[in-house]
Design a protein around this ligand. Structure first.
Ligand code: DAH
Length: 366
């Protein structure tokens, strides 16, 4: 115990003398870390007789508390000194003139995400996000893609070598659909959300990049049917493309997480070499283009998320945000989105002062 007293005094002295955060941290690890000497002493308590423990436990615990307090105090003092130093040396010249024109631009992906949030907020949708580093339960299993499901192979998934504490395989999410599960699990029903964000697949050419953006939509409520889905998508696309003549075609398709599943096509024509949405794809000079995937949420997915599918049902959709941006603003190479070329950003970027609003228009050009 004399040893303990000496060692504690030495540690406290060293803490007071430490002149940077790393040194304090090293002392903390040495004393209080998992392998630290105080922690080791605490472990010996279990092997003592009750009498010995009653005598020694308070002394060791008291030492631990003193060292912990000293460390907190020293870290605070170092932080304060650093702040004082910066306040004394850094200056900000408020009399400098602002640049004549704002230099930065809002990236088209950010702009489109703001537009989506604006349009869907008006329809009563909240915006949700989820982690980009996901586990395979949320990304696949709960979306009705069990281990052996062939759709898993279609996703070209980036896996991490690690598993989480529940033994789930970790991955970079391949779509925004896991946010459906997270929202239902965390918040229950009803649900009315969109979930924009980054997704990752091992794929790369002029129209595919290893990272891209999607927006997911999910509505869970009572007596929801395909008509609600079609109306919602039509209302969204008319607002987004700022045209009343957007015509949709719903085609039967297959996704594991929806039943029935529909692929949504939109009518377009080619004007001056550019695809312009509007009109029926069956009209003269027009054609259909595949735009997004959707469907009625599979009862199994609702069950996986802990809700009763007899009581709750709904629809979901997923669409590429970069794709929406290209169609609306006319870029033709997806890879340029992520090059960070200042000339591209100046050309396709938006003024930070042009916030998309439904009243002023969601498509104000820079
Ligand atoms: N998660 C799908 C994908 O990335 C897209 C999708 C399709 C999302 C249908 C949905 C849906 O919510 O209902 O390929």
């Amino acid at each position: 115990m004399d040893d303990l007293q000496t060692r504690k005094d030495d540690t406290l002295k060293a803490i007071t003398a430490a002149d940077n955060a790393d040194a304090v941290e090293a002392l903390r690890v040495e004393a209080l870390g998992k392998q630290g000497w105080v922690s080791q002493l605490l472990k010996t308590l279990g092997k003592m007789t009750p009498e010995e423990r009653t005598e020694k436990a308070p002394i060791i615990q008291q030492s631990r508390a003193e060292i912990a307090d000293a460390i907190t105090a020293r870290k605070q003092a170092l932080d304060d000194a650093e702040q004082d130093r910066r306040l004394a040396t850094e200056t900000l010249d408020l009399s400098l003139p602002a640049p004549a024109t704002p230099r930065g631009t809002v990236h088209p992906v950010s702009q489109v995400m703001d537009e989506l949030a604006e349009i869907f907020a008006d329809l009563g949708f909240a915006v949700k996000t989820g982690p980009e580093v996901e586990d395979d339960w949320h990304n696949f299993t709960a979306l009705n893609m069990p281990e052996s499901h062939p759709a898993r192979a279609m996703h070209d998934t980036f896996y991490f070598p690690d598993h989480d504490e529940d033994g789930r395989r970790m991955l970079l999410r391949t779509h925004t659909s896991p946010v459906q599960i997270r929202t239902m699990v965390n918040e229950g029903a009803p649900v009315r959300i969109i979930a924009p964000g980054r997704v990752y697949r091992s794929d790369s050419d002029a129209t595919h990049t290893p990272m891209f953006h999607q927006v997911e939509g999910l509505v869970i409520d009572k007596d929801i049917h395909l008509g609600h889905l079609k109306w919602t998508l039509e209302t969204f696309l008319k607002a987004f493309f700022e045209r009343d003549d957007i015509v949709l075609r719903l085609r039967p398709s297959y996704f594991p997480f929806t039943e029935p599943s529909v692929e949504v096509d939109v009518g377009f024509e080619v004007v001056k070499g550019r695809r312009v949405l509007g009109g029926s794809g069956d009209a003269p000079g027009h054609a259909w283009m595949e735009l997004l995937g959707s469907g009625m949420v599979n009862a199994r997915v609702i069950e996986f998320a802990g809700l009763d599918p007899e009581e709750w049902q709904g629809f979901a959709f997923g669409v590429g945000v970069d794709r929406l941006a290209m169609l609306k603003y006319g870029m033709d190479d997806l890879r340029a989105f992520f090059d960070g070329d200042i000339r591209w950003l100046q050309h396709y970027g938006f003024s930070p002062f042009d916030q998309p609003t439904l009243s002023a228009g969601v498509g104000v050009s820079a």
